[in-house]
Design a binder for this molecule. Structure first.
Ligand code: ATP
Length: 320
């Protein structure tokens, strides 16, 4: 297996009495796209600022590509691209000059700097806008400018804070496509967002934060399944579904979860695909079933469940 590009160990950051980041640990492997999810104030930005060497933890370790980021911040900076949730845009500066400024700051010179500026403008589809003032961009164009700035120097690890916030649906789709291209190029991404459905489309792994702590992390599909056992299936019949609903309610093999005029959603209480296939064949023989499909839970539901569990754990009386 590849070695991790990022290792975070027992990271802690206080602001006075607030434990903004409270003992978090995780690893990112090359090519992974990881979503950092949490409500307002969960600690996402504070964590990201430490990972990008903009802030220093009270304790803990950050290792990037084998280098200790706390001991050698200048060495790891070339490996990281940081896209903050907001950028300040100097008036009277054009798109090209803005990117060129950051390319200079990155230490690029001569033809290499010119070609690198052109490369990131092209990648983010803003070459046509290169002579426009940065203050005259739409929100979607501004986010692509911010991403272009992040990509200078071709960093391997990209840390994006709320990159899709404030974008309209079309701009979101365009942004998602850029993220997919970056993943195909082998970049590693850590993306924070409140828009969970969007993160689930861009990320294969999720980290849930609450009150500075990681309360759950794992593969997107496993998390979406949550605690539930069995397989969730949505069935639709031609005409009235009362007969099918009654049948499923009386069966020990099913647990009905939701009935609407259009469909019945039920949990088949086994993970064995052969048993499910046999059961569906029997149902199709007995009822005029016109559609059946696996239903995946929305990530929002999983997140709410996890938050409820965390709240219950806090309020439950201790064994002692
Ligand atoms: P949001 O989604 O709203 O941006 P977040 O998950 O990024 O939230 P942080 O911005 O990391 O959360 O904030 C975590 C906690 O730390 C909050 O309680 C916040 O008020 C506090 N905090 C963050 N930065 C500072 C600071 N510079 N001084 C004092 N408190 C801070």
């Amino acid at each position: 297996m590849n070695s991790p590009i990022l290792q975070v160990r027992q990271l802690v950051r206080h602001f006075g009495p607030v434990r903004a980041v409270d003992d978090i640990s995780f690893e990112l492997f090359p090519g992974q796209s990881v979503g950092l999810i949490g409500a307002n104030g969960a600690g996402k930005t504070t964590a990201m600022r430490m990972l990008t060497t903009l802030d220093v933890p009270d304790s803990g370790e950050i290792i990037i590509d084998g280098i200790d980021a706390l001991k050698s911040p200048e060495k790891v900076r070339t490996l990281i691209g940081w896209m903050p949730d907001a950028i300040s845009l100097p008036p009277m500066t054009t798109v090209r000059d803005y990117i060129d400024f950051f390319a200079r700051a990155y230490g690029l010179v001569g033809d290499h700097r010119v070609s690198e500026v052109s490369r990131v403008l092209e990648f983010c589809h803003i070459t046509d806008l290169q002579n426009r003032k940065v203050t005259k961009l739409s929100k979607g164009q501004e986010q692509r400018l911010s991403l272009a700035r992040t990509l200078i120097g071709n960093p391997r690890l990209l840390i994006l804070d709320e990159p899709a916030a404030g974008l309209d649906p079309k701009a979101r789709v365009e942004f998602k496509q850029l993220v997919q291209t970056l993943l195909k190029e082998g970049k590693t991404l850590l993306i924070s967002s409140h828009i969970l459905s969007e993160l689930s489309e861009m990320c294969d792994t999720m980290i849930f934060m609450n009150d500075g702590k990681i309360i759950r992390q794992g593969n997107r599909e496993e998390l979406a399944r949550g605690e539930q056992e069995g397989t969730c299936i949505r069935l639709a019949v031609v005409g009235d579904n009362a007969g099918l609903t009654l049948h499923l309610q009386e069966s020990e093999r099913w647990k009905v979860q939701q009935v609407t005029p259009q469909s019945v959603t039920a949990l088949f209480l086994s993970d064995d695909p052969q048993k499910l296939a046999d059961e569906l064949r029997e149902l199709c023989a007995a009822f005029p079933i016109c559609e059946f499909a696996h239903c995946t839970r929305a990530l929002e539901d999983t997140f709410i469940d996890i938050l409820n569990h965390a709240a219950n754990d806090r309020t439950a009386p201790s064994a002692s």
